[in-house]
Design a protein around this ligand. Structure first.
Ligand code: PMV
Ligand code: MG
Length: 365
């Protein structure tokens, strides 16, 4: 049996701006995983996912008709990942066969609620990795990223694929997305193998060193948020507010670039300052677009963190899910945890996950 895992992620900075090519974000992989196992089968294959069968299927109404938002349904990501990886296998004259594919997830709470740790990205990456082993394709880390990104885009369409990069590379990364239009055009003309072997304009994935004294704390608001919905909403209003949006993009880029420099020079004070600035920029984006990113619960989470010597912001699309705190003051951590609990914020005991730490463990799975 083949068993692979892919970690979830948390955005640290650069959200929303990162959906535009060449605008950096900082993202960390966390030690909660999606596991995909594959066993050879005869005649028929199957796909099974215990965790997801608990999740409600969300639907909406378009022109009066009930429509499913396929971006919310993990099966579409699994299917897209299978189709593309098998396309690559076929291009390389690998014979396709049947298998039973099973998904288990630590990225959703036991009662089916999402933490916002990026389960759609992780399931896409884990499926590509599992088939990479099953068909012995010997894909590189970058090739796995590119196949998973193409699969994810087929379903979601509007994301940066930063969650895919974090899940593929692990640790802390600086990420900027590729020119999606260019990739879509090339996809029509090139074979998949050719597309994987070309450089994608603006794509950059860089591992970041982490200052020793820096601590990352994570708080969960308990209310789920839909990233694709929020990104749609921001994009709907950006057309009419072009000037303000362009300024947000430029300022986010400058802020995150300074933060990346802070990581490289082990300068926690600089990182904290830029987290604070990024929080303000996201609040400005909220004013520009009318989309609520920092909900009252996230504001509470962040304000309490600041009281105890940290700097904090919403993580990812916001609207619920998690907030992150960067601190170098150990003495404030326990008081902050109790203050959070009183305010109904759940501290999540997660750590940043680096691939090399897991190799011996992973071979057991
Ligand atoms: O809410 P999350 O953790 O899935 O993060 C979304 C981050 C955005 O920049 C808003 C969207 C994206 O795809 O990068
Ligand atoms: Mg989210």
């Amino acid at each position: 049996m083949i068993g692979v895992t892919a970690p979830g992620k948390l955005y640290i900075a650069g959200e929303y701006a990162v959906v535009e090519p060449g605008h950096p974000a900082i993202i960390a992989a966390v030690d909660q995983f999606i596991t995909v196992t594959i066993e050879p089968a005869k005649k028929n294959g199957s796909i099974q996912s215990a965790q997801y069968s608990e999740l409600p299927i969300r639907w909406t109404r378009r022109n009066g008709e009930l429509t499913l938002d396929i971006r919310e349904n993990p099966f579409h990501y699994i299917l897209a990942a299978i189709r593309l990886t098998e396309k690559y296998a076929q291009e390389n004259a690998v014979a396709l066969s049947f298998y039973d594919l099973k998904v288990t997830s630590e990225l959703d709470s036991s009662n089916g609620r999402k933490y916002g740790l990026g389960s759609s990205g992780a399931v896409t990456v884990a499926t590509v990795k599992a088939l990479n082993s099953f068909y012995e394709l010997h894909l590189s880390q970058m090739e796995i990223f590119k196949i998973a990104a193409l699969a994810h885009l087929d379903v979601q369409g509007n994301g940066s694929c930063g969650d895919i990069a974090a899940s593929c590379y692990g640790g802390w990364i600086a990420f900027s997305t590729f020119d999606h239009l260019w990739v879509r055009q090339q996809k029509k003309q090139l074979s998949l193998a050719e597309l994987l072997h070309t450089d994608w304009p603006y794509l950059s994935i860089q591992s970041l060193p982490v200052p020793k004294k820096m601590r990352l704390l994570i708080g969960w608001t308990g209310s789920p948020a839909s990233t694709s919905d929020l990104v749609d909403q921001v994009h709907e209003s950006k057309e009419e507010k072009q000037k303000a949006y362009a300024q947000f993009l430029a300022e986010s880029k400058a802020c995150v670039t300074a933060m990346i420099q802070g990581f490289k020079t082990q300068n926690v004070a600089c990182i904290k300052q830029m987290i604070h600035q990024n929080r303000q920029l996201l609040n400005q984006l909220s004013s520009i677009t009318g989309v609520i990113i920092e909900t009252p619960a996230l504001k509470k989470l962040c304000d309490l963190a600041e009281t105890y010597g940290g700097t904090a912001k919403s993580s990812g699309a916001g609207g619920g899910d998690c907030g992150i705190v960067i601190t170098d003051q150990k003495s404030g951590i326990l008081p902050l945890m109790s203050a959070w609990e009183k305010a109904a914020i759940t501290p999540l005991p997660l750590h940043v996950y680096h691939y090399q730490e897991r190799t011996s463990d992973e071979s057991k799975r």
